[in-house]
Ligand binder design. Structure first.
Ligand SMILES: [Zn+2]
Length: 461
């Protein structure tokens, strides 16, 4: 709070002082024009209120759109239709192979306790036998603890019960500290001869919603089924274990099929001066299948699409082409991200920037960028009008501005990410309640305005 107050108060004064000291009106004029443009975009976004309607139309048209599912084709059709309605050029689907994993029945019970445990299979998990499996549970909070158990974990269900650390203000960092037990728990359980992995859901909230998410196997370790358990039931299971041995019966019907064809959806607002130079803006079109993916990442897709509509509606036409890319398969493979970078390898030197939104549709608070030093300082100056929208946070030198633009970043393209107020993100992330009701229409609209303003800056270079 202190930091944002200080920058909000001091920075405009510094800018004003610099403009006066230069002895010309240019700096002040440019700044005033940018401020006016930023205000215009925000007013238009709020007044038109199109973002929430666009998000609703995605959630209705493709409520289940995990890669490879029938709903993912509906999402691609929605993307193509929406881009055409927005008047984008060169609208097309760029095909790529994606994994096809299917969820099935999923149940778990504490033997001797009639109340079910609320669980959900982790994405990519193998299933159990049709009649499930039953085994004693061992609880651990780290991989080291599991390794120390050694043979004592053989034949058991490993219960990874490390909470996301509550004390960290950056929830993404808290997620990062706990999420290895989800992504790699099945491998570590397989190494010690366990029969399954049960992972505490990735949230600091104590509630009834299990959170799915990606997990991996290692070709050298026997695969075991893996599921997430709602935090309320993780607490219940943990307490039961304090009173002695506990057995759990687990049934998962999930299956991995052969890869199928998916697609990135692409459309362009051609640049007014140098159309061969490209700024990519996007989010990912796939979503986990428990909810309708309103925050993750329907909001990111809408941020990109509505930003381009706003630029057109406000008569702002940047010099470079803005290419909207709705990426396939971010959640369980990143195949769309890899396919885009591969398909456009020969024109990557013409990519002057890439911006992704994949942190939810919450109120925007600023921008992160891979730029450093003088380039970052120059951008920071040009983005000062965002302070008027409460989005003045500027985070230079960021390693990851978005998973889908990671391959572009690796190829040297300057990257940008929308930063939002993320304290509530993990109440919804990868759950059944990541739905439209969790997104505020004004917060979503303001995020679109911020993306539009940033595009008006970085695509006008
Ligand atoms: Zn996402």
């Amino acid at each position: 709070m202190l930091r944002s107050l200080r920058s909000a108060v001091l920075v405009p004064f510094v800018v004003l002082a610099a403009a006066c000291a230069s002895g010309t009106t240019d700096a002040a004029t440019v700044d005033a024009a940018a401020k006016a443009r930023c205000a215009q975009l925000a007013e238009r976004a709020l007044a038109d209120n199109r973002a929430i309607a666009m998000l609703a139309s995605l959630c209705d048209a493709a409520p289940k759109r995990l890669s490879g599912s029938p709903g993912s084709a509906d999402a691609v059709a929605w993307g193509l239709r929406t881009m055409q309605e927005l008047g984008l050029q060169n609208v097309r689907a760029e095909p790529c192979l994606v994994p096809h994993w299917e969820r099935g029945v999923e149940t778990a019970t504490l033997v001797g306790d009639p109340a079910p445990l609320r669980i959900t299979a982790l994405g990519g998990s193998i299933g159990t036998a049709a009649d499930g499996l039953e085994a004693e549970v061992v609880e651990v909070r780290s991989f080291e603890q599991l390794q120390a158990l050694g043979d004592a974990a053989r034949g058991k269900i490993v219960f990874f019960n490390r909470p996301m650390p509550r004390a960290l203000r950056a929830v993404g960092q808290a997620y990062g500290e706990a999420v290895p037990q989800r992504s790699n728990g099945a491998i570590e359980a397989g190494k010690v001869g366990a029969v399954a992995a049960l992972v505490r859901s990735m949230t600091t909230a104590i509630d009834e919603h299990p959170h799915t998410g990606a997990m991996h196997y290692d070709a050298n370790v026997p695969p075991v089924p893996a599921a997430a358990i709602a935090t309320l039931d993780a607490e219940r299971l943990g307490k039961a274990l304090q009173n002695g041995p506990v057995r759990v019966r687990l049934t998962l019907g999930c299956r991995q099929h052969a890869d199928v064809e998916g697609a990135n959806v692409v459309g362009e607002l051609p640049g007014s001066v140098t159309p061969e130079r490209i700024v990519v803006v996007g989010g990912h079109l796939d979503a986990w299948d428990l909810g309708r993916g309103a925050h993750d990442d329907g909001a990111g897709c809408v941020h990109a699409l509505e930003a381009v509509r706003l630029l057109q509606a406000c008569g702002i036409r940047p010099r470079c082409t803005i290419r909207v890319v709705l990426f396939a398969n971010e959640e369980n493979g990143l195949r769309g991200a890899k396919a885009y970078a591969e398909a456009h390898r020969d024109e990557l030197q013409n990519h002057v920037g890439a911006l992704e939104s994949d942190s939810g549709g919450f109120a925007p608070t600023g921008i992160m960028t891979s730029l450093r030093d003088d380039a970052a300082a120059a951008l920071k100056q040009r983005l000062l009008p965002l302070q008027d929208l409460g989005a003045g946070t500027f985070l230079p030198g960021a390693g990851g501005c978005g998973a889908d633009i990671g391959p572009l970043h690796a190829a040297g393209v300057p990257c940008y990410g929308l930063v939002v107020a993320s304290q509530r993100y993990f109440n919804f992330h990868h759950t059944a309640v990541d739905d439209l009701a969790a997104v505020d229409e004004r917060e979503l609209a303001l995020g679109c305005a911020v993306v539009a303003f940033v595009l008006s800056v970085i695509a006008d270079a």
